[in-house]
Design a protein around this ligand. Structure first.
Ligand code: HEC
Ligand code: HEC
Ligand code: HEC
Ligand code: HEC
Ligand code: HEC
Ligand code: HEC
Length: 435
């Protein structure tokens, strides 16, 4: 009896615990999102010429040499690109060492130089290329690094893309809506807590009043002995309404996440981690779709190209572009580039690319629209069941040179006057698209 009362006494703590857990979990998720995108946002900034004492002309020349030869693997900040960040490297190493290293790092490593071996080991035994540069040119590069290290927050940032951080988190509609829902939930939980506390205070004030009253009736005595009665709390209309509201909000929140998360949205064009343009590649430079989407004629799924395919060209082209350096970084870290999926059929539907592209002879553009004009891929078709079936009802089967179909076509022509479309061959049977 006593323990029961005790439990009841501390029960008002429960909503606090719940709210605390909820807020911390929401916060942790936010943090995770931030660090996820933080990875790609290199913050570094070479300085304006002239701050480090050396001749401004020399520093300029060094900056140009650095940009042409080094920037695809190094920052002059602390960020690791492929090789280490070079901020303050002139303090770690002597000028003589730096000159030897840059000119031919492998010779220096093989000579057994302790620092050289250590840095080589640290960067997973990757070899930096040699550079046939003159002493003056090397000194200019070093002067530039020195200068940039000493005034690290001024000047242009060739690789800094601070605007990038957080771009694909929370900026799209899904993130925003579920963000508001989370806020609403937190607010409701807080209201509930305040309400519970207020009720408890009122109850205790009233009981205090009863106690002091002296001679009590039977029912008053009962109330005094009752302490916190949960049955009463449940019966309270206000509490019920609030609990009901919370329930509804949770439900709506989950449903929105589920429905929107699937991405069945025409026009959905999420921001990608690298500003890859189909207009530039498939349009202007006329690279074939299946140069990158190599499996689109062969299998169910069209693959998204790996970073290695990008490197076929970008080991040479646009090496200094900050966007391209993200590819280098992905390869260096051995992590795939985290492209955001645009098209998403629900699990319950079966769709096969090769059946449509190779067997059916349907053009990519019929379903995906003018991809070769898109800077950012957008979902062109609705991808609903009605869309699939409409096309199957209206598209004649590509039967040429296919003996199996020849017989079917003859059979079909006997039975009906309409064209031999996909639907005539069972293309609208449930089991074709749903297992
Ligand atoms: C293809 C990538 C690549 C290029 C281009 C490159 N480096 Fe490196 N660099 C590396 C790697 C990787 C390391 C780490 C050591 C190693 O594994 O060889 C490194 C190490 C260094 C170090 C030693 C840093 C330290 O902390 O001791 C210096 C200095 C350096 N590079 C300068 C340059 C300069 C200057 C250029 C341009 C002339 C340049 N690098 C071009 C990849 C590169
Ligand atoms: C140089 C390589 C390259 C070429 C060529 C290329 N793509 Fe892509 N494609 C990509 C990359 C990388 C992505 C993922 C990033 C994005 O969505 O922009 C992608 C994404 C897509 C998507 C969206 C996939 C999803 O997430 O649902 C479609 C559809 C697509 N490509 C179709 C095409 C078509 C059609 C062509 C030819 C007209 C083509 N691509 C040519 C590299 C390429
Ligand atoms: C067949 C060659 C080829 C392949 C493969 C290729 N690209 Fe490109 N890419 C180019 C060309 C050509 C340009 C345009 C260069 C120019 O305009 O100077 C370019 C430009 C770019 C740019 C713009 C760079 C800038 O800052 O202007 C980005 C970003 C890019 N490519 C990303 C990628 C990614 C990501 C992949 C792999 C999915 C890829 N490319 C695969 C040839 C290729
Ligand atoms: C008949 C319509 C249709 C045609 C034709 C078509 N696609 Fe698709 N594509 C889709 C659908 C539907 C999806 C979504 C599939 C999913 O989510 O499982 C998709 C998804 C993709 C994806 C994302 C990866 C995947 O497989 O889910 C890429 C990339 C792609 N298509 C490229 C292409 C290219 C390139 C062509 C032309 C060679 C092409 N598609 C032709 C309907 C089509
Ligand atoms: C632009 C027209 C078009 C659209 C849109 C389309 N299809 Fe098709 N589909 C075809 C054609 C043409 C064929 C016949 C291929 C062949 O010759 O076997 C086909 C065949 C199929 C088959 C094989 C049918 C059989 O009889 O074996 C399946 C399964 C299928 N489609 C699923 C889908 C799904 C799922 C979608 C929607 C996500 C879809 N299709 C959207 C044109 C389309
Ligand atoms: C040509 C392919 C195709 C055929 C044939 C087809 N479906 Fe679908 N079905 C789909 C696709 C694609 C989706 C997913 C559409 C979406 O998410 O909007 C779907 C979704 C569904 C859903 C889920 C609806 C929802 O809102 O989640 C049901 C149930 C369903 N189909 C039943 C059937 C039945 C029953 C048949 C036979 C009479 C059938 N389908 C034939 C392609 C097909």
């Amino acid at each position: 009896m006593i323990s029961c009362k005790k439990r009841a006494k501390y029960a008002f703590l429960l909503p606090f615990v719940f709210a605390f857990l909820f807020v911390t979990s929401a916060f942790a998720q936010e943090q995770a999102n931030v660090s996820e995108t933080g990875v790609t946002s290199g913050a570094e900034a070479p300085a304006a010429a002239g701050a480090g004492g050396a001749d401004a002309g020399v520093i300029d020349a060094g900056a140009t040499l650095f940009k042409n030869n080094c920037v695809q693997c190094h920052s002059v900040g602390t960020d690791v690109v492929v090789g280490p960040g070079l901020q303050d490297v002139h303090k770690r190493r002597s000028e003589g060492w730096l000159i030897k290293w840059i000119r031919n790092s492998s010779a220096l490593i093989q000579s057994g130089d302790k620092d050289a071996v250590a840095v080589y080991e640290q960067y997973s035994k990757q070899q930096m290329p040699s550079f046939a540069l003159s002493d003056d040119e090397l000194k200019a590069i070093i002067a530039y690094i020195k200068d940039a290290s000493e005034a690290p927050t001024t000047g242009p940032a060739p690789d800094g893309n601070p605007g990038q951080a957080g771009q694909n988190v929370g900026t799209d509609a899904i993130g925003a809506v579920s963000g508001y829902m989370d806020l609403l939930l937190i607010a409701l939980v807080l209201v509930l807590i305040v309400l519970v506390i207020t009720l408890l205070i009122i109850a205790s004030v009233l009981k205090g009043y009863l106690k002091n009253k002296g001679d009590l009736t039977g029912s008053e005595q009962e109330i005094l002995e009752q302490r916190t009665n949960f049955a009463n709390i449940y019966k309270s209309k206000a509490v019920r309404v609030i609990v009901g509201l919370i329930f509804v909000v949770v439900l709506v929140d989950l449903t929105i996440d589920k429905v929107m998360g699937i991405g069945i949205q025409q026009g959905y064009a999420p921001r990608q981690p690298i500003a890859f343009s189909h207009k530039l590649h498939a349009g202007d430079h006329q690279i074939n779709c299946n140069y990158c989407h190599t499996s689109v004629y062969k299998s169910e799924k069209a693959n998204i190209p790996s970073a290695n395919i990008c490197m076929n060209c970008h080991s040479q082209i646009q090496k200094e572009s900050p966007e391209i350096k993200k590819i280098y970084r992905a390869i260096e870290k051995n992590q795939p580039i985290e492209w955001v999926r645009v098209h998403n059929l629900p699990e319950l539907a079966y769709f096969n690319h090769s059946q449509h592209t190779k067997v059916g002879g349907v053009e990519c553009q019929t379903c995906h629209g003018p991809i070769e004009t898109m800077e950012v891929v957008a979902q062109y078709s609705p991808l609903t069941m009605g869309w699939c079936i409409d096309c199957h009802r209206n598209t004649p089967l590509n039967t040429q040179g296919n003996e199996y179909y020849d017989n079917l076509v003859k059979l079909h022509e006997k039975q009906s006057k309409g064209a031999f479309v996909v639907a005539s061959n069972g293309g609208t049977e449930c089991s074709k698209c749903h297992f």
